[in-house]
Design a protein. Structure first.
Length: 54
């Protein structure tokens, strides 16, 4: 495999990873937005938050 081929393969992999991560973030945000909308507000923060915040 030449350097150019290796670079092209790396570029393709990078694009695939980028697209997958963007989709994952979008799905996560969409699910969170639907959850907030269906519960009528932001969910309460977990009691085990760092710093002992309520």
């Amino acid at each position: 495999m030449t350097d150019r081929e290796a670079q092209a393969t790396r570029g393709k992999l990078f694009v695939i990873v980028l697209v997958v991560s963007v989709f994952a973030v979008g799905i996560g945000l969409g699910a969170f937005a639907i959850y907030v909308a269906s519960t009528g507000g932001v969910p309460p923060a977990p009691t085990a938050a760092p710093g002992g915040a309520p």
